[in-house]
Design a protein around this ligand. Sequence first.
Ligand SMILES: C[S@@+](CC[C@H](N)C(=O)[O-])C[C@H]1O[C@@H](n2cnc3c(N)ncnc32)[C@H](O)[C@@H]1O
Length: 310
Amino acid sequence: MSEPTPPSGSAIPAGVAPDPSRSGPGSRHRLEVDVHPTRRDTVGAHLWALGATGLEERPTTLLAWFEAGAADDHPTLDEDLAARVPELAPAARRWSVEPDRDWQSEWKATIAPARAGRIVVVPSWLAPTHEPGDDELTLVLDPGRAFGSGHHATTLLCLELLDELDEELSLTGRTLADVGCGTGVLAIAAAARGAVVTAVDVDPTAVAVTRENAERNGVELHTSTGSVETVAEPAEVVVANLVTDVLVSLAADLVAATRSVLIVSGIATVRRDRALAALTRAGAGVVEVRERDGWLAARLTVTTSGEAAS
Ligand SMILES: C[S@@+](CC[C@H](N)C(=O)[O-])C[C@H]1O[C@@H](n2cnc3c(N)ncnc32)[C@H](O)[C@@H]1O
């Protein structure tokens, strides 16, 4: 899963700045590979691991940008890995060199506030000019180097389901855990509605960005680096926007960490059955499934002994 991040800038790992000595003056290397929707997450993760500084999803292709190599000498990939990932095999790769541009500014110019139900996510650089509508919950976010600008379908679906849950049951005073918090967008939305929120992510950079965004929005969160096992007590509501394979592997732990409502997202529509089967096998019941742009989110119910699930 990838957001439309700029080819360098917010997607560059912490402490890694573009090295002009390793790239041709004024140029970036673009790799295009064909990807079946079921393989999008896996191939995307490999491209990040190979050093991509930006990734863009298209319906049947992935574009990745790399810094390394001289202008006419494309970066050397890990060929052992490329041999095991058919989409990255030498014959399947299409390289091109693009002139360098001010990606960060161009990307910022394309980002507008994103709405999900009553929640509007406003990038920090637009906050000074944003006029909130009636009944709007405005979240001001700086994505930094984490996932969760609020524009990806998987995030918007979660925000919608959370907003509707709040309308139905009120989140005020309820415990909520956000597993895979990224920028903290979901955790901050829930905390702004009065929930007592724990936000966790395996990526320490995401946890740091979450803390900064929580402060920016004046909400308090418990944060920790790790996965669902770092959530100390089962929460009434758990929200997890993770890629399908991770959701499947964590299904039993996510259900065990939930006292009532589990919201999951990040499921490629073509992998619906696999993901939902894992969650129902673990004891959750599907209440609603929602789809957007090839992605699914679901609300599930978990009944724990002595408590009625909502
Ligand atoms: C798709 S992003 C979701 C970010 C944000 N919650 C949103 O909805 O926009 C998934 C996040 O999960 C994190 N992640 C990946 N595997 C994880 C795991 N096993 N446990 C916890 N977090 C994980 C990633 O680092 C990433 O920040």
